[in-house]
Design a protein around this ligand. Structure first.
Ligand code: 5GP
Ligand code: MN
Ligand code: MN
Length: 292
């Protein structure tokens, strides 16, 4: 039977929650290395990036080839139309057969709730937010993009939804614990858990924008920003092979709890420079599936 996940008493304080939960958790750090050999016929190669923030032109490296390209959100500064069009055009140049994208908190125009709220207030009492790429003009331009998701023509866009590639189940969701009034923000605790409850058990590759607690979620100030209930959902109910995310740029890297592999694929570092290499992993093809 599926395990029901409850809200943790320390849900609102992830740093304190990890002091408690972390005592019984393994966190193994794995090396990020781009494989030199081509992928075998019996494996599916995933190539993961995140948090490119419309800065792809400054990348000093190429994107390795593979079967499935994944972007875990924050592909723009604030979801303006030009940014989405530019990102989509870049996706079109990538060689991967399948491309899977989710939104992050910077894709303001993708979150109808954010757009409606901003329009209702006419942006009047928002103030100038000293956050990267989010001026009043940027927001106003972003929220006036109609039906923005149609601009993503070169990928499968997931939003609380899944797709199957080569018999592998991939699920994507953009929500994150609220921080600084952005898109897809939700209060920690039951609001986030309601979204995680929609993830089906048995997903092979889970893509979220936020990290779970304890993996790739350590902020440079020393606090943890991951979601407590996302960790519980992933470890106890969904049990994916891989969990791919971004959002906490300084948490870039790969870790494991001994069973699940956690990939913080943030391309940009804390200073919004696109410094970090794409993370590549190979998943065995399920029995009965081929790649052609
Ligand atoms: P972004 O604005 O691109 O979503 O996040 C950029 C940076 O903001 C992260 O690398 C991290 O330093 C900080 N940040 C984002 N979300 C949180 C959060 O929930 N808590 C804390 N303490 N910092 C965050
Ligand atoms: Mn980001
Ligand atoms: Mn983010």
């Amino acid at each position: 039977m599926d395990e029901t996940i409850e809200v943790h008493p320390l849900s609102a304080s992830p740093t304190a929650a990890w002091k408690e939960i972390g005592q019984t958790q393994k966190v193994l750090k794995l090396n990020v290395k781009v494989p030199s050999a081509a992928v075998g016929f019996d494996k599916v190669r995933f190539v993961c990036m995140s948090d490119t923030h419309s800065l792809i032109r400054y990348m000093t490296f190429g994107v390795p080839d593979g079967d499935v390209f994944v972007h875990a959100g924050d592909f723009t500064r604030c979801g303006q139309k030009d940014e989405v069009v530019q990102f989509d055009a870049w996706l079109g140049t990538l060689p991967h057969k399948h491309k899977i994208v989710i939104a992050g908190n910077h894709e303001l125009s993708f979150d109808k709730r954010f757009v409606d709220k901003f329009k209702a207030k006419s942006g009047a009492d928002e103030g100038e937010v000293p956050n990267y790429g989010k001026t009043q003009d940027n927001i106003r331009d972003a929220v006036n993009t109609d039906n923005v998701k149609r601009l993503l023509t070169n990928c499968t866009y997931l939003e609380d939804s899944g797709v199957e590639v080569y018999g592998l189940k991939v699920y994507g969701t953009p929500w994150q614990p609220e921080f600084g009034n952005w898109a897809f923000n939700l209060p920690r605790g039951s609001a986030c858990l309601e979204k995680w409850d929609q993830i089906p058990a048995g997903v092979d590759v889970l893509v979220t924008h936020t990290p779970p607690l304890g993996h790739g979620d350590l902020v440079c100030s020393g606090v943890r920003a991951g979601c407590v209930e996302l960790l519980a959902t992933v470890q106890r109910r969904v049990k994916p092979k891989y969990h791919v995310f971004g959002h906490i740029h300084e948490g870039y890297g790969v870790t494991s709890d001994g069973k699940i592999i956690y990939v913080n694929a943030s391309t940009c570092d804390i200073n919004y420079f696109p410094r970090n290499l794409p993370v590549v992993f190979d998943v065995p093809l399920p029995p009965g599936y081929t790649k052609n």
